[in-house]
Design a protein around this ligand. Structure first.
Ligand code: NAD
Length: 263
């Protein structure tokens, strides 16, 4: 009889949140996983869903921590995963430079998978946007429009920034030098090479991203629409499986969607 593959033991942080709850639901229906802990914020009730705090979490019961919470918690979660050698799948967006450094630090100590968007379609959108930007150069204006539900806390979305970075990188630009978030008032003529980013907040939209290229007499629109947040949850679980293989091979580091798609 073939040896049974051990299930991957997950701790889901933000387990009461929109993403956390969806991840718990999908993982519980998938025999590859065991949800060993539902971790909540210190200000949340502990009596629901057998919830626990990260301070009380036993690392011996966890292979991978899945984290879709708030940027305030990034440094703490990264330190915990690094100290205990636990894999960290991080989907939280709105990270500051200091948070990014904390993610990098964790990647020196353990295996970290960070993505601002876990959908396969968005990974392809980034890839196609970079290809178009490389061919068109700064002769084409680029505007990125993201639409999300009104409860989203950060703007523009992490995905819009990832897409803008893909375009800027392909054109040999530094994003912060050419990025323009929204326009209002006497903004003057559009500078050559600018990348406009716009955030729309609308009802219950799960997530839409348009990358628009415009040059004389032509316009190219690349669009991705996520119809259900299960897209991201399924992607995070796929990343957890990938990260567990990385851990099994004794590797550490910071990984993302491009690494997953390349294997
Ligand atoms: P949400 O507000 O519904 O849930 C966030 C949860 O995190 C809440 O339950 C909150 O109590 C909890 N939380 C906050 N601080 C915490 C802490 N210090 N410790 C433990 N838990 C804490 O939000 P959401 O829609 O589930 O999104 C969560 C994050 O994931 C956001 O940053 C969002 O932008 C991001 N997101 C990423 C992707 C992706 O593919 N990478 C997709 C969707 C959402």
């Amino acid at each position: 009889m073939p040896a049974l593959t051990p299930t991957i033991r997950l701790a889901v942080v933000g387990a009461h949140g929109r993403m956390g709850a969806t991840i718990v639901q999908l993982a519980e229906a998938d025999e590859r996983f065991t949800v060993s802990a539902r971790v909540v914020a210190p200000n949340e009730p502990l009596d629901l869903l057998d919830a626990t705090l990260i301070a009380d979490l036993d690392p011996a019961t966890v292979d991978v921590l899945i984290d879709f919470t708030h940027r305030d918690a990034v440094a703490l979660h990264g330190e915990w995963c690094g100290r205990h050698g636990i894999g960290w799948v991080l989907g939280t967006t709105g990270l500051t430079d200091a948070d990014q450094q904390a993610v990098g630090q964790a990647g020196l100590a353990t295996a970290v998978f960070h993505a601002s968007n876990f959908s396969l379609g968005v990974a392809l959108l980034a890839d196609l946007s970079a290809r178009a930007a490389k061919v068109l150069g700064t002769a084409a204006d680029v505007e990125i429009v993201e639409t999300h539900h009104g409860r989203k806390k950060d703007a523009p979305s992490g995905t819009a920034l990832t897409l803008a970075q893909a375009v800027a990188g392909a054109r040999g630009q530094v994003l912060d030098d050419v990025r323009r978030d929204g326009r209002s008032g006497m903004v003057g003529e559009r500078p050559v090479g600018e990348i406009g980013i716009h955030a729309v907040r609308l009802s219950d939209v799960v997530g839409e991203h348009d990358v628009q290229f415009g040059w004389p007499d032509e316009r190219l629109l690349l669009r991705h629409e996520a119809k259900d947040r299960r897209v991201f949850a399924a992607g995070a679980l796929r990343a957890a499986v990938w990260l567990q293989e990385v851990r099994a091979a004794g590797r550490k580091g910071r990984f993302g969607m491009a690494d997953l798609l390349a294997t």
